[in-house]
Design a protein around this ligand. Structure first.
Ligand SMILES: NC(=O)c1ccc[n+]([C@@H]2O[C@H](COP(=O)([O-])OP(=O)(O)OC[C@H]3O[C@@H](n4cnc5c(N)ncnc54)[C@H](O)[C@@H]3O)[C@@H](O)[C@H]2O)c1
Length: 246
């Protein structure tokens, strides 16, 4: 069975649904259990088992309890997608320590804690799959020094865990999406006071395939890494951005 964090909506919800179609039972984890019910229902609609779990991925105790509950209700989690994410954009000179730390807490501490708690089960099973959701922002993006550093950090975490866990038959990879239409990108447009359609048009003008990403585009790449047949692919970062530039 697979755990998807940040599964209440957007990319995480699409990943959960896709993994269910691929044959995984899926635990949908997000800050609010109730908000995961729709995703959990979509998973059961695909004929797979599911559980909605409320937990803050940056909270050590909450993560430990969540993984214990998931293992008890759905069996050992042998696949993990670290997708939960937030943005707290600000130019460096105005960025507060809280904005820096809250982004690190979700993306980096969250991924670290989720990996640490689930890998126990993967090692016991002698099989596992981990995918971390990075971003093209890892390559640099003005106003996102916290987010960019966290997403680049996830790539380092991915490579190192691939080395540490490989001998247990566990692969660890990252998917780095480009501009994808979700509440996160809608929120960015609202924050900077741009019409969302204008923002999409401006982004699309720089994307080789001439369209914005959809959550299912990202789920497709995650599905590849979580496929049992992808066992010889590890420590990789796949940019899913409609072109080579990321
Ligand atoms: N949308 C894009 O263009 C884009 C591009 C590159 C990378 N990403 C990354 O993809 C992932 C999903 O993004 P999205 O666009 O679907 O965003 P979203 O804001 O729509 O969804 C993110 C989900 O994560 C959850 N979450 C936030 N903090 C959490 C925490 N501490 N514990 C548990 N859950 C938490 C939120 O409640 C939300 O349901 C994120 O990691 C994001 O950084 C998105």
């Amino acid at each position: 069975m697979a755990v998807v964090t940040g599964a209440a909506r957007g990319i995480g919800a699409a990943i959960a649904r896709r993994l269910a179609e691929d044959g995984y039972d899926v635990a949908a984890l997000d800050l609010d259990e109730g908000a995961c019910e729709e995703t959990a229902a979509a998973v059961t609609g695909c004929g797979r088992r599911s559980v909605a779990v409320g937990a803050d991925v940056g909270d050590e105790v909450a993560v430990t309890r969540a993984v214990e509950r998931i293992a008890a209700e759905l069996g050992p989690p042998v696949a993990l997608v670290n997708n939960a994410g937030i943005q707290r954009d600000r130019i460096l000179s105005r960025m507060t320590v809280t904005e820096w730390e809250s982004v690190m807490a979700v993306h980096l501490r969250g991924a670290f804690l989720m990996c640490r708690e689930t890998q126990r089960h993967m090692r016991e099973a002698m099989w596992g799959r981990i995918v971390n959701i990075s971003s093209t922002a890892a390559l640099g993006n003005v106003g996102q020094v916290n987010y960019s550093a966290a997403k680049a950090g996830l790539q380092g975490l991915t490579r190192t865990l691939a080395m540490e866990l490989g001998r247990h038959n566990i692969t660890v990879n990252a998917v780095a999406p480009g501009f994808t239409i979700t509440d996160m990108t809608r929120g960015t447009a609202a924050r900077v006071g741009i019409d969302f359609d204008e923002m999409v048009a401006s982004q699309v003008s720089q994307i080789a395939v001439g369209r914005a990403g959809e959550p299912q585009d990202i789920a497709q790449a995650v599905s590849f890494f979580l496929d049992p047949r992808s066992g010889f692919v590890s420590g990789q970062v796949l940019y899913v951005a409609g072109g080579p530039r990321g």
